[in-house]
Write a protein that binds this ligand. Structure first.
Ligand SMILES: C[S@@+](CC[C@H](N)C(=O)[O-])C[C@H]1O[C@@H](n2cnc3c(N)ncnc32)[C@H](O)[C@@H]1O
Length: 256
């Protein structure tokens, strides 16, 4: 299944195969004063809680929005202190000024931002912030490894229209898109690079969670790892975009 329902259909595998976000990212959010004990945080598209757990561990009071019942169930079991709303970001409703911080981890590309950004602007306190980051599985600044060449060969054979996914804009373009008609202003953009060693089974599990990969492609990626000796090192990037809520959107100001 391609599309946002893919993660729900593979909830258990998603939970065990997707990596955590780098510690350096959480350290940066702490340094920026965004991640702190008692902060009221709304996390949109929380999944099974890969980003939620560090927020809770930092003492934040987290409200999670997650439409998938299986993922929401995993999240509730793992983090009982979190209030989980089993709905979409578009359908969620909160009182004005309810949150200090909004977080979307590898999720924002699934939202209708024309609906969600105005809603978030209302839910955040006047000087609140929106933090968006994602796993980018691959690092264009690292020379392609033999495994990455095999991955490129698999994806290069795809026909038809582009499959939905997070990679259609680069980080700077995402920062512009998230500025939301003047409701938010990017205040910090950074990329965190890291690497992971994966077995063939690890690749099969992880790649099966990618919404744009078919089962046949996943099997081929697993065979590529076996051909290459059974383990591969992958280079990954986590782009982080911090946006400050603007008090009066210019579009609205010019309209009055
Ligand atoms: C790639 S997963 C990321 C999950 C988690 N944030 C993480 O970092 O592992 C994308 C998540 O967005 C959720 N999602 C998809 N469409 C959504 C929407 N319209 N509103 C809220 N969440 C959505 C999916 O159910 C899924 O849990």
């Amino acid at each position: 299944m391609s599309g946002p329902g893919h993660f729900e259909s593979r909830a258990e595998v998603y939970d065990r195969a997707r990596p955590p976000y780098p510690q350096a990212l959480w350290d940066r959010l702490r340094e920026l004063g965004l991640l702190r004990s008692g902060a009221r945080v709304v996390e949109l598209g929380a999944g099974s809680g890969l980003a939620t757990a560090p927020l809770v561990a930092a003492g934040a009071r987290v409200t999670a929005v997650e439409p998938g019942p299986a993922l929401a169930g995993l999240l509730r079991r793992r983090l009982p202190a979190v209030t989980v709303h089993e709905t979409t970001a578009e359908a969620a409703r909160f009182d004005p000024g309810s949150f200090d911080l909004a977080v979307a981890a590898t999720a924002v590309h699934w939202f209708d931002l024309d609906v969600v950004l105005p809603a978030l602007h209302g839910w955040l306190r006047p000087d609140g912030a929106l933090v968006v980051f994602r796993h980018a599985f691959g690092d264009p600044t690292v020379a392609p490894t033999p495994f990455r060449a095999r991955v490129a060969a698999i994806t290069g054979r795809r026909g038809g229209p582009p499959r939905p996914g997070p990679g259609e804009l680069d980080t700077q373009e995402w920062a512009t898109r998230l500025s939301g008609g003047g409701r938010f202003a990017p205040s910090h953009v950074e990329e965190f690079r890291w690497r992971a060693e994966l077995s063939a089974d690890g690749v099969r599990d992880l790649f099966s969670t990618f919404s744009d990969w078919s089962p046949a492609e996943v099997a081929e990626a697993g065979r590529a790892v076996e051909d290459l000796g059974g383990r591969v090192v992958e280079h990954y990037v986590v782009p982080l975009i911090v946006l400050r809520r603007r008090r009066v959107p210019p579009v609205l100001r010019s309209a009055v």
